[in-house]
Design a protein around this ligand. Structure first.
Ligand code: GLC
Length: 541
């Protein structure tokens, strides 16, 4: 085991977790799709980067209608990614590098190709097989209207009608039928799936749409309330963030606690004041801080979120969990190049594209890395952000694969632009991703950002991350204390318990660097000044 391994049952509290989207990370067999062979081959790169753990997006057997979030078999690996033996080898080899592996649990829905759903379709209305999902007769004289007014996250209504006249619920794509979590077999099955992976040595689970499992018993209409989740959620919503979710979480936690040091992290797009409920000592260990991810480049906004999140997490005995990007959002190197308040997901299609200042986005992304990695708690790094990759925002619409594009009636481009294959080399049909072209084309600019190009360049973003992860371990993980420092409205600054400080200049003009020894900076420092859109780490001596 390498010496940077965070040991003990609380290893997750300040872990840096690297997110791998298997389809796009590295293609070992040259078929254009990333796979476990590719992931294994790149483990030395990840060990050198200095991460503590890896979160692997779904690698299970799946038709890949939603990139694998449509699981057909939770105990098997899709053959495009490899085999169950390959997965085991990956977990073991990562462990040999001192890196833990977290897998994705998708409990809200299965694929329509899952054996349970196929059985439900075949068995017909009123059958016990249908009770594991949400099958209902329609409204209207002939049941021709959907059972409620619920809409799908991807667009359109959340109900699909079967040839026999019944409707089934799908909060996402129609190939992702929602499971009925009131059903004891559903609960038992997922406890068994947890054990299956825990027995294979995984360190824990990232739980998909953790805030959607429970549904209103009568499928009450949403009416005037917002259909969408996140900060817009209102009390008593018929399918988001319902209180019935918490006993389910506690049952999973009991399973994890039978093992030594496992953890689970919630993907719960809920209001900030509701997140601590998920973090109670007998529930999740972590929940992503999506306010942090969604914040504009504004010192007051970031400062407020940091104070609120650290206090709220600590009050329930947890620690904050910071994230800047993932496989669902526009990469932050591009987001930070857009004017504050821009809806980046809509901007992909609607523009105006000349508003993008890519250089500014790049500078801010580097500064944001130092901000995130200096905070108390855990941080997640999405593959490619350590290379400073921007969003592939100009993908032509005929290559789009995300169901959001079709389900939204071509009104939203979807998430493919952050899922483009990683550039490993400056040349080759997919820039070292594999021996063939990748499943999505890479933007021209990715060649200059390839890992091999950045490896030996001291000023590269890759080396900034490597230095940051090394220095973080020494200066920013000793405790969880944080004190905000007031250096003016445009500056975000804080001190950690041992005196290490982080100063981020979010204003438009350079500022004087406070006294101290410079540990690391996101931009060259001239004349004792911190430029705009830059961050510096300082120690007392
Ligand atoms: C989560 C995943 C996203 C997926 C959705 C449905 O939000 O992160 O990629 O499409 O759930 O499973």
């Amino acid at each position: 085991m390498s010496d940077h391994t965070t040991t003990g049952t609380d290893w997750w509290r300040n872990a840096v977790v690297y997110q791998i989207y298997p389809r796009s990370f590295a293609d070992g067999n040259g078929d254009g799709t990333g796979d476990i062979a590719g992931m294994r081959a790149r483990l030395p790169y990840l060990a050198e980067l200095g991460i503590d753990a890896i979160w692997v997006n779904p690698w299970y057997r799946s038709p890949l209608n939603d990139g694998g979030y449509d699981v057909a078999d939770y105990r098997n690996i899709d053959e495009r990614f490899g085999s169950i033996d390959d997965a085991q080898a990956f977990v073991d080899e990562a462990g040999g590098h001192g890196i833990r592996v977290i897998v994705d649990l998708v409990p809200n829905h299965t694929s329509s190709e899952h054996a349970w759903f196929q059985a439900a379709l075949a068995a017909g209305p009123g059958s016990p097989e249908r009770e594991r999902y949400h099958f209902l007769p329609g409204r209207g004289d002939d049941g021709e209207l959907p059972p409620s007014d619920w809409t799908s996250v991807f667009g359109g209504r959340a109900w699909e009608r079967c040839p026999d006249g019944e409707w089934y619920l799908h909060l996402f794509d129609s190939t992702q039928p929602d499971l009925n979590w009131e059903h004891p077999e559903v609960r038992a099955e997922f406890e068994s799936i947890l054990r299956f992976w825990l027995d294979r040595g995984v360190a824990g689970f990232r739980v998909d749409v953790a805030h959607a499992l429970a549904k209103h018993p009568d499928y009450e209409d949403v009416g005037d309330r917002d259909q969408r989740d996140g900060p817009r959620w209102t009390e008593g919503h018929p399918f988001w963030d319902r209180d019935e979710i918490h006993p389910i979480i506690r049952s999973w936690r009991r399973v994890l606690d039978e093992y030594d040091d496992r953890m689970m992290v919630a993907e719960a797009w809920v209001r900030a004041d509701r997140r601590p409920l998920y973090l109670r000592p007998d529930e999740y260990h972590q929940a992503f801080d999506f306010e942090f991810l969604s914040a504009d480049w504004d010192a007051e906004q970031f400062g407020g979120i940091i104070e609120q999140s650290t206090t709220a997490a600590r009050d329930v005995g947890s620690n904050p969990t910071w994230v800047l990007s993932n496989h669902d959002v526009v990469r932050h190197a591009t987001r930070y190049g857009l004017p504050g308040g821009t809806d980046s997901a809509a901007w992909l299609l609607d523009g105006p594209h000349h508003l993008l200042d890519a250089e500014q986005g790049h500078r801010r992304a580097r500064a944001a890395a130092l901000l995130t990695l200096a905070l108390p708690g855990s941080a997640y790094v999405y593959q490619g952000e350590e290379l400073g990759l921007p969003e592939a925002w100009d993908l032509s619409t005929d290559v789009l694969d995300d169901p959001v594009w079709t389900d939204s009636g071509h009104r939203r481009k979807g998430r493919d632009g952050c899922r483009v294959p990683i550039p490993w080399e400056a040349t080759g049909p997919s820039l070292g991703f594999g021996d063939a072209e990748g499943w999505l084309p890479q933007p021209v600019g990715y060649a200059a950002l390839a890992a091999a190009v950045q490896h030996d360049d001291d000023g590269s973003t890759l080396n900034l991350y490597r230095s940051a992860l090394r220095i973080r371990r020494e200066h920013f993980t000793a405790d969880f204390d944080i004190t905000m420092i007031d250096l003016g409205a445009d500056v975000l600054a804080f001190e950690r318990g041992n005196g290490a400080r982080c100063v981020v200049n979010m204003g438009a003009v350079p500022i004087a660097i406070p006294e101290g020894v410079v540990l690391l900076a996101s931009a060259p420092l001239d004349d004792g000044e911190l430029p705009a859109d830059a961050a510096v780490w300082l120690a007392d001596h």
